[in-house]
Structures are given as C-alpha cells and as structure tokens.
Design a protein around this ligand. Structure first.
Ligand code: ATP
Ligand code: CA
Ligand code: CA
Length: 423
C-alpha cells in the first residue's frame, strides 16, 4: 500500500533473485538486440529462448555468480513493442535495468503476493507474477500487440518483456517489465487506484493522514470530491482512449484492473520530497549515463557507454532512425504520447483548454486477471450478501461499463463522483 522502495544490497533476501533477473535480462535482451531486425512471424509469439547460467560460463552465456536458468518469452515481439511502439531507446532500456545491479524493492503492495522492483532510475518496474498470469499474458500477447500497434496512445500497462528465472532447487519466478507511470523527478501528492467499484474501496482516512504515499481508493476519491480537471479537448481524448482500451479488456475477458492516478500539484512542487528512496541515492537530475563511478557488480559506467556505442554500431537503423540520437543521455520516450507528454503526464486544463497547475499520471494497470472460475465462485458467494453490481467480481463487460461510467462521471463536467455514488 505504500510506495517506498528499499534498495536491495547483497545481504537482502532477494539479492540472488535480483542478480539472476538482471543478468538474464542483460544477456537475453542484448542477444536479441544484436540481430538485424526482421518482420515478426506467428512463431515469434510463442517463441521462448532458454539460457543456462553457471559460474564457469559457456559460449552462449558468460559466467555468472550463481547457477540458474533463464527463459526469455517472445523476445522479438517485445523488442518490436519496445522500439517501434513504446519508442524506447534499446540502449537506454538495457542500461537503466542492468548497467548497475541496483533495484529497489517495493515489497508486495497488493493482495496477490507479487513483488515490485524499480530500476535504479525509477523508469521501469519489474513485477513478479503468478504462473497463471504469465500463461494468460502469453495467450493474449497477439491481441495486446495488435492493440498497441493500432493505438500507440493506449493507457494500458506497457509490457516491455516477459521472463522467467529458475533457481537451482526448481523454484520458478515469472516476471514482467513495465513502465513506471510515475516520474522520478516529481512528487506525487496523492495516489489513487480506481476500479469504479464502491464496495470496500476505501483506504482509512486516519491512516492516510499519517502517510502521504498511501494508495487511496474510489471512496476516498468520492469523499474528497476529487475530479479529473480536464477541459473539453483533453476530456474527449481521454474518454475516447478509455473506450478503446476497454474494448480490448472486454475482448480478452479480464476484470479487476484499475486506473492508477497520481496527482502532482505544481504549486506544491517537490517540497515534500515524497519521491522514492531510490532517488535520494541516485538523483535523476544528473544524467545517469554520464556519471562515472568505480567498478560495481554487473559492469561499470564505462562498460555501459561501450555497450551503448556497440549497440548503436551493430544496428544499421541507428544511422537513420529518428529515435536514435548521438548524445549519451537517456531519451524521454514519454514525449511521444498524448497522455504522457506534459512533464511525463497529462496536465489539467480549464474549460477553455488552458493549462492549470495539476499534472495527472494515468494508466490502466493489473490487466492480467481473467474472469475465471475462481472469480465466478467469488461472485456467487459475495453476490448473496451485497448488491450484485457493486461488488468487485462482475463479469468483464459489466466491469468495463462500470469502470467507464465511474471515470467519465469524475471528469470535470461529467457530473462528479457524487452522482455515481447515488446511482
Ligand atoms: P492485487 O491483485 O491485489 O490488486 P497486484 O499485486 O496485482 O495486486 P497491482 O494492482 O498491479 O498489484 O499494483 C499494486 C500497486 O502497485 C498499485 O496500486 C500501484 O500503487 C503500484 N503500481 C502497480 N503498477 C504500477 C505502475 N505501472 N506504475 C506505478 N505504480 C504501479
Ligand atoms: Ca490491482
Ligand atoms: Ca493483480
């Protein structure tokens, strides 16, 4: 529930897992990246590349500190998603995650048992996922890919990679890499996880008063009379994108997703210093790539620069691609997207479409929960006691409708959350 990360040092229980995840990503992603890009085939959606790491190393994998196995799922699909649609610079992606082996752990903020890790520059999140979510994501990968391709401004979580680490005793850990919706350089003054459901959807206000990083819910939003303050133009764009994204979520038959909303008040600025702990160690105001430090595990900054150059040189597109550029600083991919273009977010506007002093950071997260038998059972039991339409596990079309109605009601001019509550 709390957005603070703990840096993972060598004495941390999950250090080995982190080391293995990052080593796997570093090797697998750069292997794929080193090849010349080609059009995707159907097989790419089911492809999996296996790597076996040990302390000796072999021709495919360099030596590693621990023995483990790594699987890279649909590497070509994710490469294309990252480069062509999410507009990530390939070198930046690898550098952010693996130039130094530093992650901070968010622990397990949800009920699901997933763990969250931030890359050291706070741009990427690694989320461990349950095997069933993993299988589900693979099963809908083509739909997801087609959706993103057709809708570059989608609000859905941006998935950059899907992998698995297998530890020697056989424990398998699946994880995805996705975008952090929140920017490293701004305090988020309020955070909401909105589902459009009102039953049980409250974070206790007494606790919230103590904790400015708390993730608030639908009823807090309504009680605090929050609105998405958007003028007609931005309101229309957001409404339309929500509609399109919900079509996909209905099609793939999922529910339980949320709109994550971070609110930055520009008047308040960064005074409260609510950003992650990570940032106290690595100030994002400094260009990460330029900083020279002594040798660290996983390579040094000099290696990082060399890696970046080598990747550019091995990629023939580097000469022509507008995304690639010759300076050594990370590119801001967010500038290309409607909902992330104002300082990484979507700035509030008034009724004349003129900017106001709030920036919203928005995205639809947790989109891999299909409406399965489990949910049907839950529906049955809860349905006996509560109003059937308000409880969380409703079937996907109904879930999407309720989600859409709530969000359009809470946009300024949409009638406000009060009306929704009364309905
Ligand atoms: P549950 O299934 O119990 O809801 P979960 O483990 O699947 O939990 P999520 O709902 O994906 O977790 O996320 C939990 C919280 O982590 C969110 O409410 C949000 O605060 C944070 N979070 C998740 N994804 C992102 C993201 N892409 N950017 C920023 N914060 C995120
Ligand atoms: Ca969730
Ligand atoms: Ca979940």
């Amino acid at each position: 529930e709390v957005l603070v990360g703990n840096l993972i040092g060598e004495d941390h229980v999950n250090y080995v897992l982190m080391y293995n995840m990052l080593t796997g990503i570093r090797i697998a992603v750069s292997r794929c990246q080193a090849k010349i890009k080609r059009p995707l085939t159907d097989e790419d959606f089911t492809a999996r590349h296996k790597y076996s790491f040990d302390i000796v190393g072999n021709e495919l994998t360099p030596s590693a500190k621990y023995d483990f196995k790594f699987k890279d799922y649909a590497p070509w699909v994710f490469r294309e998603l990252r480069e062509d649609y999410f507009r990530l610079d390939p070198a930046d992606y690898l550098l952010s995650l693996t130039a130094k082996y530093i992650l901070s752990e968010l622990g397990s903020p949800g009920k699901s048992g997933s763990f969250f890790y931030f890359s050291r520059d706070y741009r990427f999140i690694i989320k461990t996922i349950h095997h069933r979510e993993h299988k589900f994501l693979l099963s809908i990968l083509k739909d997801y890919y087609n959706h993103v391709k057709a809708n570059p401004n989608t609000l859905l979580s941006r998935f950059y990679g899907l992998h698995r680490v297998k530890l020697p005793r056989g424990r398998k850990i699946h994880f995805v890499i996705m975008n952090n919706l929140f920017p490293p350089h701004r305090d988020i003054h309020e955070t909401y996880d909105l589902k459009g459901s009102t039953v049980g959807r409250i974070y206790p206000e007494e606790k919230a008063a103590q904790n400015p990083r708390a993730v608030l819910k639908d009823l807090n939003w309504i009680d605090r009379k929050r609105q998405l303050e958007l003028g007609p133009e931005k309101r229309a764009l957001l409404t339309e994108q929500l509609r399109i994204d919900l079509e996909l979520l209905k099609k793939i038959h999922v529910m339980d997703y949320s709109l994550l909303v971070g609110i930055h008040n520009m008047q308040r600025g960064n005074r409260d210093n609510l950003r992650s702990n990570t940032l106290k160690v690595f100030s994002p105001d400094m260009p990460l790539v330029r900083r020279r430090t002594s040798k660290v595990k996983g390579g040094s900054e000099d290696d990082a620069l060399a890696m970046r150059r080598a990747m550019r040189e091995s990629d023939p597109r580097a000469l022509t691609s507008e995304v690639t550029h010759l300076n050594e600083e990370p590119v801001d991919d967010r500038q290309y997207f409607v909902f992330y273009q104002d300082e990484g977010g979507y700035r509030a506007t008034d009724e004349f479409n003129m900017p106001e002093d709030t920036i919203y950071y928005l995205g639809i997260i947790d989109i891999c929960t299909p409406y399965t038998v489990v949910k049907k059972l839950e529906h049955f039991w809860k349905g006996l006691s509560a109003d059937r339409h308000k409880i969380s596990p409703v079937e996907p079309a109904e879930y999407a409708k309720r989600f859409f109605n709530f969000l359009t009601a809470v946009m300024r001019g949409g009638g406000g959350g009060e009306r929704f509550k009364a309905e």
